[in-house]
Design a protein around this ligand. Structure first.
Ligand code: MTE
Ligand code: MO
Length: 421
């Protein structure tokens, strides 16, 4: 039986077996022990493989001011430490793409300053036929380019609703629904680069790594931000992007080059790419053993690996918006899914009792679907607006998302409070 490693469930099952098999002594240990093992392996990982010296040299120093470089005006963003969430009302009246000035930022540490003239992408590992390869930005620009529309969405987008809607305690950034953006990304296919680097037919995993600072959490240095991808996904549709919305990648979004992994969780989209390990053996990092797995009741002890984003919908309105009464409102919103295009969107303005189709607007079949809904409120007062979507695979939005400790992949219908004056 052949295993399709672009299928997340097969990938997860296989990699989890391999991970556990690699830790022969792990049998009988608690999840806490397993996690510690994952963290320990991760600390050791930066020591293996080729030297990172050329890539490191390109980092000129930390960001001069704060963890995020671009302005974060409060009308466009809510900020959480090193992260900034797009306010959904800032998408009202915008076109298909999320403008770069309002694209959310999720940094583990801070945006590094990288000199593109000395920057090199280093590929190395047992999966390369002729040893390590280095590419400059100019080398990448000379390779055939492709342009994709793709969403980047944080796996924790919507996390705060586990608490505010479901009364559950989860850890992580308390995002509402604004940790998502759709960009027009231009760059080189990872498959082009891997072929050029001499990838061996028996390579199984690639591990892109960022040039931002090593991430220290809970007193443990987990090393540089990195997360493995199966070769099958890497060869299918992964992009090494050097442009966003027709401009060179901005510093906060990965300048000079980032990974874009259509449909997959945001952590796969490594920013400030410095090196890629290509391996004939499965690769692991804390970002796929310790984080970005669902833990909790109903999940296996070692957690369930996450790969694809889920279905979500948002209104382009302020939270607790005040709407003018006595006239028809046109409510605008967007729905999206990591599985592919959105097929249908419905809206409820009466607490989820009755649902009515929203009208799709603009482009169909893209990285998200814009829609609108005409609503004449019965009178002044408090209302909750709800939108729910169904994607091309039939996946929809439940009323409740089963709990997981790290609050990932909240896909339940969000009750958006508004007041009609
Ligand atoms: N090198 C590096 N890559 C990274 C991150 C990071 O902190 N460092 N954050 C990841 C996470 S968790 C997300 S959700 C996306 C966010 O991309 P954005 O900041 O361009 O919106 O980048 C991913 N790539
Ligand atoms: Mo994320």
């Amino acid at each position: 039986m052949s295993i399709d490693l672009t299928d997340e469930h097969e990938y997860d099952a296989l990699r989890t077996r391999q991970w556990l098999a690699g830790e022969a002594d792990a049998r009988g240990l608690s999840r806490r022990h397993l996690l510690r093992l994952g963290a320990a392996a991760a600390v050791a990982a930066p020591l293996v493989g080729a030297a990172a010296a050329p890539a490191t040299a390109a980092v000129a120093g930390p960001a001069p001011t704060g963890p995020i470089r671009k302005p974060l005006p409060p009308e466009l963003f809510s900020t959480f430490g090193t992260n900034a969430e797009t306010r959904w009302e800032a998408m009202a009246g915008q076109g298909y793409y999320t403008p770069t000035d309002r694209f959310f930022v999720r940094n583990h540490t801070s945006t590094p300053t990288i000199d593109a003239t000395t920057w090199r992408l280093e590929l190395f590992g047992s999966g390369l036929r002729h040893g390590p390869v280095e590419l400059s930005l100019r080398d990448l620009h000379r390779l055939p380019s492709v342009t994709y529309d793709a969403a980047i969405e944080c796996t924790g987008n919507g996390r705060s609703f586990f608490t505010t809607q479901q009364g559950q305690t989860v850890s992580g950034t308390a995002w509402k629904l604004g940790a998502v953006g759709v960009g027009r990304w231009r760059g080189v296919r990872l498959s082009t680069v891997l072929h050029r680097a001499g990838i061996r037919p028996d390579a199984v995993d690639v591990l892109p790594e960022g040039l931002d600072d090593e991430w220290v959490t809970g007193g443990v240095n987990l090393g540089r931000v990195r997360r493995p991808l199966p070769v099958a996904k890497a060869m299918r549709d992964v992009l090494l992007a050097y442009e966003l919305n027709g401009e060179p990648l901005p510093p906060d979004h990965g300048y000079p080059v980032r990974v874009v992994v259509p449909g997959w969780i945001g952590i796969a989209a490594i920013k400030w790419l410095g090196r890629i390990e290509v391996s004939t053996a499965p690769l692991f990092s804390p970002w796929n053993t310790q984080f970005y797995r669902r833990f909790g009741p109903g999940y296996p002890t070692e957690g369930e690996l996450l790969s694809r984003q889920v279905v979500k919908s948002a209104f382009e309105l302020p939270w607790q918006a005040t709407l003018t009464g006595g006239r028809t409102q046109v409510l605008h919103g967007r729905s999206w899914s990591g599985n592919g295009p959105i097929r249908r969107v419905e809206v409820s303005t009466d607490g989820g009792t009755s649902w009515h189709p929203a009208t799709p607007n603009g482009r169909r079949g893209g990285a998200w679907q814009q829609w609108s809904y005409r609503w004449r409120p019965a009178g002044p007062g408090a209302y909750t607006l709800r939108a729910r979507a169904v994607d091309v695979t039939g996946a929809s939005q439940p009323d409740v998302t089963p709990f997981n400790t790290l609050g990932y992949l909240f896909d339940a219908v969000v009750a958006h409070p508004v007041t009609v004056a």
